[in-house]
Ligand binder design. Structure first.
Ligand SMILES: Nc1ncnc2c1ncn2[C@@H]1O[C@H](COP(=O)(O)OP(=O)(O)OP(=O)(O)O)[C@@H](O)[C@H]1O
Ligand SMILES: [Mg+2]
Length: 457
């Protein structure tokens, strides 16, 4: 099934659930009374956010009733009002802290500062990677595959799907009992169907485990796999190593060296091994973990819905520019980009920078441009934005520069260019890139969100 349908169904389920609850407890709530907040990792690109917007729209939520909260921001907002003694220091003016949101799929890291006026400021651009709790599950599945071999594992996933989900659920529970102490064993019951598929080659499970040449770490008793705590803890090493290496690298940067606190949120930060690893890796930083760390993002999202402008500044994650033409300059422009129109030579694919990576962008910042179509017969104008992780970009065809998305502007019917003039106001400081367009002729104003899917060419 297309992913969009799965996401739309999930959002629709949550929406229906909310309505059922509301109908049973409160009367007189209208569809339009509700503003929906969808949380997304801060490291998601505009295309992923647009995908969520489309899925929500498909689930029956109109565009103007949705906002996006960036997950570390939501968590940070929530921790501002937590009454816990340790956390209350986060709300002191000018406090700087790193927020590490550790979920299932992603680790999402940013640095925030509380400002004197009560607002929050992002002081380091969001970064992270796929180093969440799911990586531990992957390591566990890899261990099972080493025991039963790939063929049996593949067949198990395809043919015994409900047992496969049971196996994941069982591990989810067991995972929580893997703590920093090294004593004892973890016992995991494996589904009969998996053992049967594995033993089709005539080799019993016990013998298969012996083949791992690590009988001190793993053994088979009855229908259960027993793993020594030390070996179980090793399943957490790959994501945690990547995460710690990344955070250490961040602390090498001068602008965040003075940060004394790390706020850990997200379900995976409830894991004792994660806490231990952070304590050992950053002994000179204060580690703050709110109660119910796994719910901080959710609770913060509700607060965000009431304070959409709590974050006054964000840091640009890319250099962004619009694709333009300008007069061809014989001395240095590439002849391959030259085109001639009405006898005039132009250079195409010029990257006109609007935002530079690492730049502070006030949430209220707007970039206003007056524009018009190239010829009077045009019924639409396409504004194409490009992005790059390089600071300086000359042409949109430069290495590392890629199409970010398009704004298609419908122009009024007219034979004259001057009647098709418009003003476009970009908002880059919000959680999504959007524009407000005002047509000169009609004074009509409308809002557009960047369309990243038109770039699939
Ligand atoms: N006590 C615990 N010990 C180990 N892992 C845990 C514990 N509690 C939760 N997790 C892990 O945390 C992850 C879920 O965290 P969370 O609910 O924050 O994820 P998410 O927000 O849905 O994912 P993402 O932020 O990646 O979109 C799962 O991988 C789960 O196994
Ligand atoms: Mg999360």
């Amino acid at each position: 099934m297309p992913a969009i349908d799965i996401f739309a169904h999930s959002i629709s389920f949550l929406k229906d659930h909310l309505w059922k609850t509301l109908h049973s407890r409160v009367c007189e709530v209208l569809e339009t009374d509700i503003h929906y907040v969808i949380t997304v990792p801060a490291i998601w690109d505009p295309k992923a956010k647009q995908f969520m917007r489309r899925a929500a729209y498909k689930a029956g939520i109109p565009n103007e009733q949705i906002s996006f909260a960036l997950e570390p921001e939501a968590a940070s907002l929530w921790c501002q009002v937590e009454t816990d003694d340790k956390l209350s220091r986060l709300s002191e003016p000018l406090t700087k802290y790193m927020v590490v949101d550790l979920g299932g799929g992603t680790a999402d890291i940013t640095v925030h500062q509380k400002m004197g006026d009560g607002s929050l400021k992002e002081i380091h651009k969001a970064s992270g990677g796929a180093w969440g709790g799911n990586e531990v599950d992957k390591c566990y599945l890899q261990l099972l595959e080493n025991i039963v071999q790939a063929e049996a594992m593949d067949k198990f996933k395809r043919e015994e799907m409900s047992d496969y989900f049971d196996l994941l659920r069982e591990f989810e529970t067991k995972k929580r009992s893997i703590t920093r102490d090294n004593e004892g064993k973890i016992t995991i019951k494996l589904p009969q169907s998996l053992c049967r598929l594995a033993e089709l080659d005539g080799i019993k499970m016990a013998a298969k485990i012996e083949r791992l040449h690590d009988t001190t770490k793993y053994c088979w008793t009855g229908d259960k796999l027993r793993i020594e705590k030390v070996a179980a803890k090793a399943l957490f090493t790959p994501p945690l190593e990547k995460l710690i290496t990344h955070v250490k690298k961040m602390f090498e940067q001068p602008e965040i060296q003075d940060i004394e606190a790390i706020l850990l949120v997200g379900g995976f930060s409830e894991c004792d091994l994660v806490t231990e690893t952070f304590e050992q890796s950053f002994p000179d930083k204060r580690l703050l973990i709110p109660k119910d760390a796994g719910l901080a993002v959710l609770k913060g999202a509700v607060r965000f819905g009431h304070h959409l402008y709590a974050f006054k500044t964000r840091i640009a994650r890319f250099t962004i520019g619009a694709e333009k033409w300008r007069l061809f300059e014989e001395s240095h422009d590439d002849p391959a980009r030259k085109i001639i129109m009405s006898g005039q030579e132009y250079c195409t694919c010029i990257f006109k920078k609007i935002i530079e990576i690492g730049e502070e962008i006030p949430a209220a910042m707007t970039h206003v441009e007056k524009s018009h179509p190239a010829c009077a017969s045009q019924v639409q104008s396409d504004i194409v934005l490009f992005s790059s992780t390089n600071r300086h970009v000359t042409y949109t065809t430069d290495m590392g520069c890629q199409k970010l998305g398009t704004f298609t502007i419908d122009l009024p019917k007219s034979e004259s260019i001057s009647e098709k003039k418009y003003t476009i106001c970009y908002f880059f400081g919000d959680t999504e890139i959007h524009v407000r367009v005002k047509m000169k002729k009609t004074n009509e104003e409308f809002e557009k969100w960047i369309d990243c899917f038109s770039t699939d060419d």
